[in-house]
Design a protein around this ligand. Structure first.
Ligand code: ADP
Length: 286
């Protein structure tokens, strides 16, 4: 069983600043760092670190080869990532002394994926394989519909949430993973039953930050509390959780066991700064 993650690849440009630039103001940054990012790439990295067989599909520009190399170095299969002419998606992130941030996103190549590339990637996957999607690339509805026709299991993490998500073919989703913001955007509340009415055939996982995570399916319902840790940086917690949870399910773990392991992995992630680089390896969890 293979996992195809069709998702974003971003370059995160982080600037340390005294204060976040005000309208009309020009400021100098105190330090600058460049990181691999994008929810899609982070979740592929988490899947690989958890031990899954994961193929990433998506698109970068000529400036994005290093992102592809980085994912490959983590064990992600990158044969379905296209390198086109449109620049790689990026985020300009200002971070002040209090850890407050301000982010400008440029979707770039992530929003220019054509149907030829989608069809080509999907043609390598079949019944029994899993498709994972976030909400940082274009044409999500088409990808869900086409993958369903091929018999793939659809896992959707509609992050970052925007109202367009409500128009996706949610009735085709088999596994929905949302945090409280996404749950509120989709269903008006952090309520698994309300989410289930939108995705009637789905297993639903609601992540609750420091309160852990909640599972709901037509046959089972349970909550797993988060591990008590000193949180340093919660960036990447959800992505780590998703990677470990999905890997657990593909390794035939019961949902409860997969979720307990995902909660442990996400707790370890929040004790470290960074996003992709803070995702723990499987041997640190087990
Ligand atoms: P996202 O990162 O998408 O906003 P959450 O904040 O819900 O998602 O976090 C995802 C998971 O990470 C949670 O279900 C929990 O297991 C873990 N987690 C997040 N914040 C903490 C924390 N402060 N302490 C321990 N675990 C945490």
């Amino acid at each position: 069983m293979n996992i195809l993650n069709f998702g974003s690849l971003n370059i995160d440009l982080v600037y340390q600043v005294e204060h976040i630039a005000q309208p009309g103001e020009t400021i100098s940054s105190l330090a600058h760092q460049v990181f691999a990012g994008g929810k899609g790439a982070n979740q592929s990295a988490a899947l690989a670190r958890a031990g899954a067989s994961v193929f990433h599909a998506g698109q970068v520009g000529p400036d994005g080869q290093w992102l592809v190399d980085k994912l490959a170095g983590l064990g992600v299969n990158v044969q379905h990532i296209r390198i086109g002419d449109v620049p790689t998606g990026h985020a300009i992130i200002q971070v002040d002394h209090h850890g407050q941030n301000s982010i400008v996103l440029f979707a770039g190549a992530n929003a220019q994926i054509d149907r030829g590339a989608i069809d080509a990637a999907l043609s390598h996957f079949d019944r029994g394989d899993i498709l994972l999607l976030q909400n940082e690339i274009n044409d999500i509805s088409y990808i869900i519909t086409s993958a369903t026709e091929r018999g793939l299991t659809i896992c959707l993490n509609p992050a970052p949430f925007d109202p367009e998500v409500r128009a996706y073919p949610l009735e085709l989703v088999d596994l929905l993973i949302v945090n409280e913001t996404e749950a509120a955007g989709l269903a008006g509340a952090s309520d698994p039953a309300a989410l289930a009415s939108l995705c009637p055939r789905a297993q639903i996982v609601l992540t609750l930050g420091a309160a852990g995570a909640q599972y709901h399916s037509p046959t089972e319902e349970f909550h797993i509390p988060a591990s008590q840790v000193e949180a340093v940086d919660t960036t990447g917690a959800g992505d780590t959780f998703i990677g470990y949870f999905l890997q657990g399910l593909t390794a035939d773990m019961a949902a409860r066991d997969a979720m307990a392991r995902a909660v442990k992995a996400a707790a370890l992630c929040v004790t470290r700064p960074g996003a992709m680089d803070s995702i723990p390896a499987a041997d640190e969890i087990d």
